[in-house]
Design a protein. Structure first.
Length: 211
């Protein structure tokens, strides 16, 4: 069995002392991804997008736009299944097919030519998941703040939970795919300026495996 790939060290503050918040988006690329990208750009925020390989094949230019904007991209499987209890060959196929789709769409834009972070769909794991993910050279990353935007609770509810739980170094789980994500895009236009006013900087997750 391969050694565990350490999750990259995640700074809680910038060199100048600003607290950092890490926004992440799952399940794209999708129709609402451009709105999310526009909100991030308007407020000078960088983020990490955990992409689904099947969606990448449908919308390769949206993936390219995400990388061209300076955001990071991670692996979120090919068909978005639950990993808990999944046989190894099937799990690795999900990861590998997504890596292939991303490479074919945007190899020239990928730092180091490959993704280095992986998030299991639904956060569904068992004792085998992380070792098997690590065997493909990925660090597995989950989250700290989950406003369940996938359930479309309303923009104010998304905003309120993120603001209430924001803390230096925290990872926020949001979605740009998997359904109508207009509430999420709208929430960013409130969240980002309010959090910036509180001193936060918004960074993509570190992708290096030196943590």
């Amino acid at each position: 069995m391969s050694a565990l790939v350490p999750v990259p060290a995640r700074p809680t503050h910038t060199a100048s002392g600003q607290p950092i918040l890490y926004f992440t988006f799952d399940d794209g690329p999708a129709a609402d991804t451009p709105s999310v990208l526009a909100a991030l750009a308007e407020h000078g925020a960088q983020a990490t997008f955990f992409v689904v390989g099947g969606r990448v094949q449908l919308l390769p230019e949206t993936l390219r736009a995400t990388l061209q904007a300076g955001h990071a991209v991670g692996n979120h499987s090919f068909t978005h299944p639950r990993f808990e209890g999944m046989p190894q060959v099937q799990l690795l196929k999900e990861i590998d097919e997504t890596a292939k789709a991303v490479y074919e769409a945007a190899a020239d834009l990928l730092p180091g030519g490959r993704m280095q972070l992986m998030r299991p769909p639904y956060g569904s794991t068992d004792a085998n998941t992380e070792p098997w993910v690590n065997a493909r050279g990925y660090a597995m990353v989950l989250w700290d703040i989950d406003p369940q935007d996938w359930s479309q609770p309303g923009t104010p509810a998304i905003v309120a939970q993120v603001l209430a739980e924001a803390a230096p170094g925290a990872i926020v789980l949001l979605h740009d795919g998997g359904g109508d994500r207009s509430q999420t895009a709208a929430a960013l236009h409130t969240l980002l300026p309010q959090l910036a006013a509180a001193g936060y900087a918004f960074h993509a997750l570190p992708a290096g495996q030196d943590g």
